[in-house]
Design a protein around this ligand. Structure first.
Ligand SMILES: *[C@@H]1O[C@H](CO)[C@@H](O)[C@H](O)[C@H]1NC(C)=O
Ligand SMILES: *[C@@H]1O[C@H](CO)[C@@H](O)[C@H](O)[C@H]1NC(C)=O
Ligand SMILES: *[C@@H]1O[C@H](CO)[C@@H](O)[C@H](O)[C@H]1NC(C)=O
Ligand SMILES: *[C@@H]1O[C@H](CO)[C@@H](O)[C@H](O)[C@H]1NC(C)=O
Ligand SMILES: *[C@@H]1O[C@H](CO)[C@@H](O)[C@H](O)[C@H]1NC(C)=O
Ligand SMILES: *[C@@H]1O[C@H](CO)[C@@H](O)[C@H](O)[C@H]1NC(C)=O
Ligand SMILES: *[C@@H]1O[C@H](CO)[C@@H](O)[C@H](O)[C@H]1NC(C)=O
Ligand SMILES: *[C@@H]1O[C@H](CO)[C@@H](O)[C@H](O)[C@H]1NC(C)=O
Length: 509
């Protein structure tokens, strides 16, 4: 290229940049967004306690939603809700198996093309994903690593469920195998490293287009491999003994009643070991948060970037004598941490309104300038909550769960529990069964803090909690509550179970 052409090219590029800026004047500026999603991190049992840097860099600088929930307390259904903004009865992902639509061909055809990244990409966002996607992602039956979900420009998708070492990634459709060398393979660190690389590249090549990054860590899911420097950090910590720890769930449905109380010592040990191991893995997520925030700050874009932090479901360690898992309707499993910092959010605030995992996708779209009413999403954008004090908000929402009951997992030493039961932990405590299938209305407003749940089991069991006086859900009040209220809650449940987009956010009568 001769000098004249070079000067001409430079001027021309400069003119385009100017025009680009000119076009943005008047239109809504489209912010960058970073979404950090953890796996199985509770908030009721102190799941945020080890994350000191995240508290300082995100919570203290932004907003904590102190009543954030998932609409299904299980990874694949919850992640599918996060991606689509839909309740389980609308996205039809009912468990973590292919047959339950977890990353199934039906999901790939019916819902993946309408997930939030597709909308963001259409309006000009460069999108980046790294980490765990859906539990069955990458399976040969549904396209293997070649299948890169629509909407993502850069894709580092973990094949199958959470792992820290010895895993396979799909790197934009190409297989990349990893071993167990901490410096090369530790997945939480690798997600951080690839995201920093992405930010560098974006700055060089496309700094005038907004970006969206989703960083989806294996922590704090099992197998709980912590970074070597954190291996002994919490050795003397044990699971909290308050609330419903080692408390028999009398008055609750069958599955909870079968748990032995007091728990066997080996079960208590398992709960303690899980509790401290989960905290250790979260220290690497805390480092990830710090590194991403630092990088954004170095690039001068921290103030114009939204950062969201959330988990896909809660967790329990000994509550109602259930050693370890999620999948239950109680607060420890359905509540999650949710923190947002970014433009327009006053530091250190707490928002108390009930927000749900289905609200994330509508929020991302709203921030990008996409009209959410023109999608099929069931959730609501959170943006009006921080734009106006009098935002009209919901007072209740739906929790749905379909019990898993593969017979192959039945512990041969626990034959009494019979068929239809899954996940027997040591000491024959069962954490799930086909008849652990339920739907609940969770109500949260000024004068009412309640939960109403119906089971699809042989007893048509009902559980009702008044969480104001009974925050640990020790007393099922179905027999003493005003029958008129029961009728109302039953009708509300029926309405929510068949709701679709806007009808999911109506105010109950
Ligand atoms: C799987 O998803 C498809 C498409 O949404 C739906 O038709 C089918 O009923 C779902 N399967 C289950 C088991 O829910
Ligand atoms: C990774 O796989 C190797 C080879 O199978 C095995 O020896 C090693 O223990 C595994 N590492 C972890 C952390 O699971
Ligand atoms: C991540 O990057 C850091 C700093 O460059 C390096 O020390 C570490 O080994 C990397 N880890 C992985 C898993 O790539
Ligand atoms: C138990 O106590 C800890 C520490 O005081 C507290 O953070 C936590 O919220 C309590 N948990 C329950 C379930 O009350
Ligand atoms: C269980 O642990 C308690 C307290 O540590 C101890 O007193 C008891 O002897 C143990 N029981 C068994 C059967 O090991
Ligand atoms: C969004 O779409 C709805 C339904 O099509 C329409 O009524 C509304 O005016 C639109 N809002 C904006 C801001 O364009
Ligand atoms: C997942 O859901 C499907 C459809 O309802 C069911 O056939 C399958 O058995 C479920 N998987 C487990 C492990 O329960
Ligand atoms: C739930 O399923 C288990 C295992 O099949 C069975 O033993 C129990 O009777 C069932 N209970 C109810 C209430 O449906």
């Amino acid at each position: 290229m001769d000098l004249f052409s070079r000067i001409f090219l430079v001027r021309w590029l400069w003119l385009i940049a100017l025009l680009g800026d000119g076009l943005a004047v008047g239109a809504r500026p489209r912010p960058n967004m970073v979404f950090i999603l953890t796996d199985d991190q509770d908030c009721v049992l102190g799941g945020m306690t080890p994350m000191k840097k995240t508290k300082a860099l995100l919570a203290d600088q932004g907003v904590t939603f102190s009543n954030a929930f998932v609409s299904a307390p299980l990874c694949c259904p919850s992640r599918s809700s996060i991606l689509t903004g839909m309740y389980q009865h609308n996205h039809h992902v009912v468990n973590n198996s292919h047959s339950g639509n977890c990353s199934s061909t039906a999901w790939q055809h019916a819902h993946e093309p309408h997930a939030f990244p597709v909308h963001l990409q259409k309006v000009g966002y460069t999108t980046f994903f790294a980490g765990k996607y859906l539990n069955q992602y990458g399976d040969k039956k549904t396209g293997g690593v070649l299948h890169v979900p629509q909407g993502w420009n850069r894709w580092y998708g973990l094949v199958k469920n959470s792992k820290y070492y010895n895993y396979t990634l799909s790197v934009n459709g190409k297989e990349e195998k990893h071993g167990d060398d901490y410096g090369k393979d530790y997945l939480t660190d690798l997600i951080a490293n690839r995201s920093l690389d992405f930010l560098e590249t974006h700055k060089r090549l496309a700094q005038h287009t907004p970006f969206f990054m989703m960083l989806s860590t294996p922590a704090s899911h099992s197998p709980w491999n912590s970074a070597p420097q954190y291996e002994h950090r919490y050795d003397s910590v044990s699971a909290p003994r308050n609330g419903s720890f080692n408390h028999h769930g009398k008055g609750k449905h069958w599955l909870i009643r079968q748990a032995k109380t007091p728990m066997a010592n080996t079960s208590v040990e398992l709960s303690d070991e899980a509790f401290r191991s989960r905290w250790k893995t979260l220290l690497s997520v805390d480092d990830l948060v710090e590194r991403v925030v630092k990088q954004l700050s170095n690039m001068g874009i921290l103030k114009s970037t939204y950062i969201f932090f959330m988990s896909d479901n809660g967790y329990h360690t000994g509550q109602f004598s259930l050693p370890i898992d999620k999948r239950q309707l109680y607060e420890f499993d359905i509540r999650v941490p949710l923190i947002v910092r970014g433009p327009g959010l006053k530091p250190g605030q707490k928002f108390e309104v009930p927000v749900v995992n289905i609200d994330l996708a509508p929020t991302f779209l709203d921030l990008a300038g996409v009209n959410v009413s023109q999608t099929e999403m069931d959730g609501k954008s959170l943006v009006p909550l921080w734009k106006s004090k009098k935002a009209d908000w919901r007072t209740d929402f739906l929790v749905e769960y379909q019990g898993e009951g593969s017979c192959t997992k039945v512990d041969p030493y626990c034959p009494r529990l019979g068929p239809g039961v899954a996940e027997c932990f040591p000491d024959c405590v069962c954490e799930d069964a086909i008849n652990n299938t339920y739907a609940c209305v969770r109500t949260l407003k000024q004068d009412l803090n309640m939960q109403y749940c119906e089971f699809a089991d042989d007893e048509s069991f009902v559980e009702v909690y008044n969480l104001g006086p009974d925050p640990h859900q020790l007393n099922n009040i179905v027999r003493s509550v005003d029958p008129k209220l029961l009728v109302k809650m039953n009708q509300r449940l029926i309405a929510l179970q068949s709701c679709k987009s806007r009808s999911c956010n109506t105010t109950p009568q």
